[in-house]
Ligand binder design. Sequence first.
Ligand code: MN
Length: 282
Amino acid sequence: MKQLRPIKQLIKGMPSTDGDGVQLTRIIGTPYLDMLDPFLLLDAFGSDKPQDYIGGFPSHPHRGFETVTYMLAGKMRHKDNAGNEGVIEAGGVQWMTAGKGIIHSEMPEQEQGLLAGFQLWVNLPASHKMTEPRYQENSKQEIPVEVREGCKISVIAGTTKNNTQGVVNNKFVDPNYWHVSLTKNSALSELIAEDHNAFIYVIEGSLSVVAELDSKIKSVTKGELAIFGSGNEIELLADEDVEFLVISGRPLNEPIERAGPFVMNTKEEIHQAFADYRSGQF
Ligand code: MN
């Protein structure tokens, strides 16, 4: 039975700084929204002022989860201690499974101009926190785009109702990660599995959410994250030309201990992560 998901909460990000002075907006991972299982963090960065991004994210470790970088503009170079290196350009994605541990840097590959994009942290289940590190990296050209009337969906991960399959695969939380553009008055109607936590983040413009009558929140505008309530479909109408991310995933429902770049299930595992990092075992 079709049940449209209402919006249950609207979240605005907080200005934040990370890496070597990079200015960003933290949207998940704040006092307002600590996490949305399995998503631990969402940062949006976007500036044409070099001083806001030039410091980048010098060498740092991760263990226990995945980092997903999706670029809207500009270029970032990544490099890690396993010998992987590459440049992510506008429209490209890097889905990194840090697993048992990686040390990497993420640096702007430009000295001027606009740098914009997102970083999402996706938790790993306890059973796979110590898995071997893995990269899935794809350029804009490699990401499938589904075109409908007034609607374009770049399918980074997951599968649309018309069976367009994302370029990234992830068996842990079965995520959807779509970048959607709608022209004014067009609609997106999609299926989102009932057991997923789901949200949208509006990059540009504004949209209305079609849902059950009791939903108080009807519209979502630029810079807002909207968390969906229960149901199995979403229906969104463009009030004007609008661009947004649709992200969902199966919650893990496991205990979480987080400390900076490490996200594990117990305090002991966090202590172990620091000890392993210090003793050069990453
Ligand atoms: Mn990182």
